[in-house]
Design a protein around this ligand. Structure first.
Ligand SMILES: NC(=O)c1ccc[n+]([C@@H]2O[C@H](COP(=O)([O-])OP(=O)(O)OC[C@H]3O[C@@H](n4cnc5c(N)ncnc54)[C@H](O)[C@@H]3O)[C@@H](O)[C@H]2O)c1
Length: 435
C-alpha cells in the first residue's frame, strides 16, 4: 500500500494525513486491508458477556461479516442478555468447552482481570485468535508469559486499549511528533469519579463475582482498571518508556464496605530524559473528570477534549526579562518591588483550537466506554487479523507496557518504594519516531 492510499483510507476514520511509521497497527483499518478480507465471514466466540462483553456485542451486531457462534459466561443472567443478540449461538458456562468448538476462529475475552492470562493462553493454545480486554494480565509475570506465548505460537493477540485506534489520539500524537507543542516536558493524566464503583448484587454470595474489581484477589483496582488506558500517553508522545515509578495509594473514603483496593491513588513515572508523567485517581470527587494532557515548551494538547493550546507569548529571555514583560502585560502585581510578592497564577485563558472536528466529549464516569473512542476500530482491526492471521506491528507492545507500568506502580504504592522495571520484563519496544 502506498502512503497516499493509506492516508485517504485513514481520512475515512476522521484522521487525515497520519504517518504509518508512527501508527503501524492502523494498516488493517485501511480500505485496501478491508478488501483483503471481503466476503469472509468471521466466526467468533465471546467469553464474559457482562458489561464490556455486551458493549462489544452491540458493535458486532452491526457488522454484517461477523457471526458470533459461541457465548460463554458462568453467570446465567449475563449469558441470557447476550443470547438475545445471538439466539443461535452455542452457549457455554465453561470457557474450555467453548475453546473446543472448531467453528470459533477468534475469541473476545471480557472477564475479570485475574482470568485474562489463563484464558488468553488457553485460547491461543487452542489455535484461536484472541482479543482480550485490558489490562493484559493480573501479574507482571503473567503479562510476560502471555507476551512470550503469543510469540512462540505466532498467534494473534489484541488487548482492549482502544486509544490506539481513537482518531483524536492519533491526530494529537502526530501533531506532537511534528513539533506542534515543542519539546514535551510533562504528561498529566487523571481520572476522577464520585461513586462507590459498585454494581448491584442480587444476592450476597455473588458479591465478589459481581464486584470483582473491588477485591485484590481479582483486580489491581484503579491502576489496572483506569490507569492502564492513560499510561501509554507519555510513551506515545515521547517515543520512550518510563524508567521508574513512585506512588501512594490509600483507602480514604470507602473504608467500611469490605473492599481492599485503593480508592485514591497517585503515581509519578519518570522518563530517562527526566520528564515526569503523573496519574491520579480519586473516586469520591468528580469535579475535574478525566484528563490527559501533554505539556510542551510551546503549548499543550488536551487529548480528551482534542484541544491544542499555545503558550502565548512564547517564553523568551531571562527570568527578569519575562517578569518585566508580565508586569507590562499586567499579569503579575507590580507590587513585587514593594509589599506582596506573589499572586496566584490562574490557568491560561488562551482559547485553544480543536485538533479535529466533531469530537464528542463524554463524562469520565462511564465504566463501559464512550462512543467513538476507538473501540469499534480496534474491534474491526482484530476481526481483520482473525481472517488474515497477521499480528499488526506494535499493537501488543503498547498494551504490554501499559499493563506492566500499571502493575509496577501498584507495587510501588504497596511497597512504598521507587521501582524500576526489572530487565526480565523488557520486551522489544520500537520507539515511535517521525521518519
Ligand atoms: N476497554 C475499556 O474501555 C473497558 C471498559 C470496561 C471494562 N473493560 C474490561 O473488560 C473486562 C470486563 O469488565 P466488565 O465491566 O465487563 O465486568 P463484568 O463483571 O460486567 O463482566 C465480566 C463477566 O465475566 C463473567 N465471568 C466471570 N468469571 C467467569 C468465568 N470463569 N467464565 C466465564 N465467564 C466469567 C462474569 O459473570 C461477567 O458476566 C475487565 O477486564 C475490564 O477492565 C474494558
Amino acid at each position: 500500500m502506498n502512503r497516499k492510499e493509506f492516508l485517504s483510507d485513514c481520512g475515512k476514520m476522521g484522521v487525515a494525513g497520519v504517518a504509518l511509521s508512527l501508527f503501524p497497527w492502523l494498516e488493517s483499518c485501511s480500505e485496501k486491508a478491508k478488501q483483503e478480507v471481503q466476503g469472509e465471514k468471521v466466526r467468533i466466540g465471546i467469553i464474559g458477556t457482562g458489561s464490556r462483553g455486551l458493549f462489544h456485542i452491540k458493535h458486532l451486531v452491526q457488522m454484517p461479516n461477523v457471526e458470533v457462534v459461541a457465548l460463554c459466561d458462568n453467570y446465567r443472567p449475563h449469558l441470557e442478555d447476550a443470547a438475545q443478540y445471538y439466539p443461535k449461538a452455542k452457549q457455554y458456562d465453561d470457557y474450555r468447552r467453548l475453546l473446543e468448538n472448531k467453528d470459533v476462529k477468534g475469541v473476545i475475552i471480557a472477564t475479570p482481570l485475574y482470568l485474562h492470562a489463563p484464558m488468553t493462553i488457553a485460547a491461543m493454545e487452542a489455535g484461536k485468535r484472541v482479543f482480550c480486554e485490558k489490562s493484559m494480565a493480573f501479574t507482571m509475570d503473567e503479562a510476560l508469559e502471555v507476551y512470550n506465548r503469543r510469540k512462540e505460537l505466532n498467534g494473534v493477540l489484541f488487548i482492549g486499549q482502544q486509544r490506539l485506534f481513537d482518531p483524536k489520539y492519533i491526530k494529537a500524537m502526530q501533531m506532537i511528533h511534528e513539533g506542534a507543542i515543542g519539546e514535551v516536558v510533562g504528561v498529566r493524566n487523571y481520572w476522577y469519579r464520585n461513586n462507590d464503583w459498585r454494581r448491584e448484587v442480587p444476592s450476597p454470595e455473588l458479591e465478589r463475582h459481581i464486584n470483582w474489581r473491588l477485591y485484590s484477589d481479582y483486580s489491581r483496582g484503579l491502576m489496572t482498571e483506569l490507569a492502564c488506558h492513560q499510561l501509554q500517553n507519555g510513551s506515545w508522545a515521547m517515543g520512550q518508556l518510563p524508567e521508574r515509578v513512585m506512588g501512594a495509594g490509600s483507602l480514604v473514603h470507602w473504608k467500611a464496605d469490605g473492599r481492599d483496593v485503593y480508592d485514591t491513588v497517585s503515581a509519578i513515572f519518570t522518563y530517562p530524559n527526566g520528564v515526569n508523567m503523573t496519574f491520579e485517581s480519586i473516586i469520591s470527587n468528580k469535579h475535574f473528570g478525566m484528563g490527559e494532557q501533554i505539556l510542551g515548551t510551546k503549548g499543550t494538547i488536551d487529548l480528551v477534549t482534542a484541544m491544542h493550546y499555545t503558550d502565548e507569548p512564547a517564553p523568551k529571555g531571562s527570568g527578569m526579562h519575562q517578569l518585566i514583560e508580565q508586569i507590562e502585560r499586567g499579569v503579575m502585581s507590580n507590587s513585587v518591588f514593594a509589599g506582596t510578592s506573589w499572586a496566584a497564577e490562574s490557568s491560561s485563558l488562551a482559547p485553544g483550537k480543536p485538533i479535529m472536528q466533531n469530537v464528542k466529549v463524554v463524562s469520565g464516569e462511564s465504566s463501559v466506554g464512550a462512543e467513538a473512542d476507538g473501540s469499534k476500530e480496534l474491534l474491526e482491526a482484530f476481526l481483520h487479523s482473525v481472517v488474515t492471521g497477521k499480528q499488526p506491528e506494535k499493537v501488543l507492545e503498547e498494551s504490554y507496557y501499559a499493563t506492566q507500568f500499571a502493575l509496577l506502580a501498584d507495587k510501588a504504592m504497596h511497597e512504598n518504594q521507587i521501582l524500576y522495571l526489572d530487565d526480565k520484563y523488557k520486551v522489544p519496544y520500537v520507539p515511535m519516531k517521525m521518519k
